[in-house]
Design a protein around this ligand. Structure first.
Ligand SMILES: *Cc1c(COP(=O)(O)O)cnc(C)c1O
Length: 474
């Protein structure tokens, strides 16, 4: 007899970001296999993976090319240590990443060094420690390094990454454990206090009243730090779109302006591309910051790095930062940081195979096609009274649910509007997870046109079932 996996889970497992009281009240979906954009549970029911298994999967599940690379590496060795030894796939991968981040137009240093770690949080920890130590060494021990990040920022769950975060719901309870970082206004145009353009029609958004007030606030913050003679060590940001903050896109030009300001004021740039990396946000390069013409000093990658197969992360750094850690052994300038599974060969081999699938021109066209179809399907959702905003950057979508679209009044979080809609989607065979009142769609690149239609239709029907019927179009 097969074990009852759902029962075992409910008895022995504690799930991340989950109110376990709710979890224990209904039988969990136990996923057992997958192929392409489809996942199957232990009872054989099929689901579309509409959020790429929490933003990790790029090419679909059980991909023959990735499977082959993984099996070939497995025949050689599963793991050897990067503490004291090199390994072939990690060396190749680091060389590839240096090449891929060398987009001609972007302003900033070359990113020639890869420091490997395990997940997005550790990639940010590494960036933080490097930026901290770099500025301490180049500016002297005092004044104490400071960091700037965006309102609503989420950069991971380890203590350093949480310190950079500004998500009250996630981070409040740990405040006593954290070092202080400053937040600056993020360009959340839908709820911008300065955006008074046509508030009565959310879907006819224009930003005519925009005078880049958010950039102004950033400049003021940097100026204050300069006057206090306590400049920032680094400005950390997600380029083009903030993910866990609620899928909040930045208007074109915002990143170039804020990055230039930060650099003028002596701050390093830490780009957190844990979600946006590897073509997720569309465009011609694989990285969102490069797409906006910005090459950061530290670039953090994780989630999709190994195609969503295995945990692997990297922090890419400039030669200037790398050089600050060079010295005689006895100077102890070594970067004292590392993890047991750093540069794991199975993950690195899979990442190399994933890059082979990502880079051909046809693959870029295919992503573009998916992006265009997604945009056209999403227009159907504007007729729903509980849909306040639809935000799309490349293949990343956030649909913000509101109690009243004319006033943009949000649902109280306790009403679990996003959770209820996603549960209704799961009943229709489509899996995703909300961020508060924002339903996320992030299909894997292999999603077919008919699968994409089903994903958006299931969201439409789930909103109608959960929150009410469509309004008459006007
Ligand atoms: C998911 C995420 C992280 C954290 O990555 P983990 O692998 O979950 O530790 C950090 N930054 C961003 C932008 C993310 O989306």
């Amino acid at each position: 007899m097969k074990p009852n996996f759902a029962r075992l889970d409910q008895k022995f497992v504690w799930h991340p970001f989950t109110q376990m009281k709710d979890w224990l009240q209904q039988e969990p979906i136990v996923l057992a296999s997958g192929r392409g954009a489809v996942l199957k549970d232990v009872q054989g029911r099929a689901y579309l993976d509409a959020n790429s298994s929490i933003w990790t999967n790029l090419h679909g599940h059980n991909h023959p090319h990735l499977n082959r690379a993984l099996r070939q590496q497995l025949k050689r060795v599963a793991h050897t240590s990067a503490l004291g030894f090199a390994n072939p796939p990690a060396s190749l991968l680091a060389a590839q990443l240096a090449l891929l981040t060398r987009s001609g137009k972007a302003v900033g240093p070359e990113l020639v060094r890869s420091f490997f770690s395990d997940d997005g949080s550790t990639a940010l920890e590494v960036a933080l420690k490097l930026a901290y130590e770099f500025t301490r060494r180049t500016r002297g021990a005092r004044p104490a390094p400071r960091f700037l990040s965006l309102e609503g920022a989420y950069h991971g769950d380890t203590i350093g990454a949480v310190s950079l975060g500004h998500s009250p719901l996630f981070h409040r309870s740990f405040s006593g454990l954290l070092f202080k970082s400053d937040s600056v206004m993020a360009p959340y145009c839908y709820r911008c206090p300065f955006n008074r353009a046509s508030p009565e029609r959310a879907d006819a958004r224009t930003y005519r009243s925009c005078h880049w007030e958010c950039v102004g606030q950033m400049e003021a913050k940097l100026e204050t730090a300069r006057r206090q003679k306590r400049p920032y060590s680094a400005f950390a940001f997600e380029p083009r779109i903030q993910g866990a903050a609620g899928m909040i896109p930045q208007p074109e030009g915002w990143l170039a302006r804020t990055s230039a300001l930060a650099r003028e004021h002596g701050a390093l740039l830490i780009a957190d591309e844990v979600m946006t990396g590897f073509g997720r946000t569309g465009g011609n390069t694989l990285f969102a910051a490069l797409e906006e013409g910005v090459r950061p000093d530290l670039l953090c990658l994780a989630k999709g790095l190994a195609g969503g197969y295995l945990p692997l992360a990297v922090t890419l750094t400039s030669p200037t930062i790398f050089d600050a850690f060079l010295g005689e052994y006895a100077e102890f300038k070594t970067f004292f940081h590392g993890h047991s599974f750093t540069a794991n060969p199975l993950a690195a081999a899979t990442a190399l195979a994933s890059l082979e699938l990502l880079t051909p021109r046809e693959a870029r066209w295919e992503r573009k096609r998916l992006e265009r179809q997604l945009a056209s399907e999403l227009t159907h959702l504007w007729s729903l009274p509980s849909v306040g905003d639809i935000r799309q950057v490349g293949l990343v979508v956030g649909v913000e649910l509101v109690r009243d679209w004319t006033t943009r009044e949000p649902f109280a979080l306790a009403e679990r509007a996003g959770i209820r809609v996603c549960e209704a989607m799961a009943k229709r065979g489509v899996l995703t997870r909300p961020i508060g009142n924002v339903v996320v769609l992030m299909p894997p690149y292999c999603t077919t046109p008919s699968q994409l239609t089903r994903i958006v239709r299931s969201l439409h029907d789930a909103v109608v079932e959960t929150l009410g019927s469509p309004r008459l179009s006007n």
